[in-house]
Write a protein that binds this ligand. Structure first.
Ligand SMILES: [Zn+2]
Length: 356
């Protein structure tokens, strides 16, 4: 590209003679419109800071007034279709038209010539990279794995619950690790993270989790089930045992009692007791001067179907969370299996307010 100086009178005359066609950028519509070439030279003459440049020798020139006002002059009619000499294109390696990939947008009149096009293109490229970023795929897999784990839980398939939850957790870890914030010392994925991403995506694909979670795509059948690591098989066995244990209901809250199927009682708030512990409790209370049989199963206190809350908290009492569920069996199962607080403490209670 050559800038034609205002004192190059002969060159200017040649250009005026050669530039038979002109299109001007119309800022109101964003399109290039056909105008008389003389208008471009008038604008150039009238604006001292405007530039006249030759994009392609003897073929294409440009009058730049500012980014919303410019003219493209050509020797050939740009509206007329026809093959353009390859040599002509070869010279404009840095022009916006060359950098645009063919597509519906770049085909619109004025787009290729517009000097903002490379910038717009760079935003598109950035957006495209984001959409294709590994973290997007991982988040999609995580969402599918979460739904698949919930479905597996509903059908008591503990192996799949363990596998799918693990996949979800690892996806979220890798998404988090992908963040680049040099100020905070976050440098994105290490080589190990990259390898983990590759392995994880392959593992998820084996379980059919790369498909969107629409409920229709079910994980593969048992006969095609991938080989699950021993540790996850062990976790599934533990989970299945807890499920079987909790089938009897809520565990008695007396410290050393292992009985399941306890009921909510009168007098002792928050307690769930088995028949033996109710008897033992009344004996103690009577000895302490209370009326006989002070503690009784609360009428309707342990519904088979109802709104149960499980509050899970850690040993220091900080960071509790509550999970709502619908049966005593399920409440006890959650209390014994939900991480990360299941090794510390929990309480099960029924909220007084009915569900709105
Ligand atoms: Zn008990």
């Amino acid at each position: 590209m050559t800038t034609i100086r205002r004192n190059w009178t002969k060159r200017i005359e040649q250009t005026r003679a050669a530039a038979k066609f002109c299109r001007a950028y119309d800022s109101s519509t964003g399109h290039m419109i056909t105008v008389d070439p003389a208008r471009a030279f008038e604008a150039w003459n009238a604006t001292p800071r405007a530039t006249l440049s030759e994009d392609t020798p003897g073929q294409k020139w440009r009058v730049h007034v500012h980014s919303n006002r410019f003219y493209v002059l050509t020797a050939a009619d740009p509206q007329r279709p026809g093959p353009r000499p390859a040599r002509q294109l070869g010279r404009v390696g840095s022009s916006p038209a060359r950098r645009l990939r063919p597509g519906p947008l770049s085909g619109l009149p004025g787009v290729a010539e517009h000097e903002e096009t490379p910038y717009a293109r760079s935003f598109l490229t950035a957006a495209e990279r984001q959409l294709n970023a590994p973290s997007t795929t991982l988040l999609r897999i995580a969402a599918t794995a979460k739904q698949a784990a919930a479905r597996a839980d509903d059908s008591n398939d503990d192996l799949r619950v363990v596998v799918f939850r693990d996949i979800e957790e690892r996806c979220r870890y890798l998404v988090d690790a992908a963040v680049v914030e040099p100020v905070l010392g976050r440098r994105g994925w290490s080589g190990r993270d990259r390898a983990a991403n590759h392995t994880l995506q392959q593992w998820a694909a084996k379980w059919g989790l790369n498909e969107p979670a629409d409920g229709a795509a079910l994980p593969p059948h048992a006969e095609r089930e991938p080989a699950v690591p021993a540790e996850q098989r062990r976790q599934a066995v533990v989970r299945t045992a807890a499920r079987a244990r909790c089938a009897a209901g809520i565990r008695c809250t007396e410290r050393n009692c292992l009985t399941y199927g306890a009921v909510k009682v009168t007098f002792l708030a928050g307690a769930w007791l088995c028949p033996d512990c109710i008897r033992a409790m009344n004996t103690r209370l009577t000895a302490a001067g209370y009326a006989p049989d002070t503690v009784q199963p609360a009428p309707g206190g342990t519904p088979e179907r109802g709104r149960y809350m499980v509050r899970l908290y850690n040993a220091t009492g900080k960071g509790s969370r509550s999970v709502e569920t619908t049966s005593p069996q399920r409440a006890q199962f959650i209390a014994e299996t939900e991480r990360p607080y299941n090794n510390t403490d929990y309480e099960i209670w029924l909220p007084a307010e009915p569900r709105s």
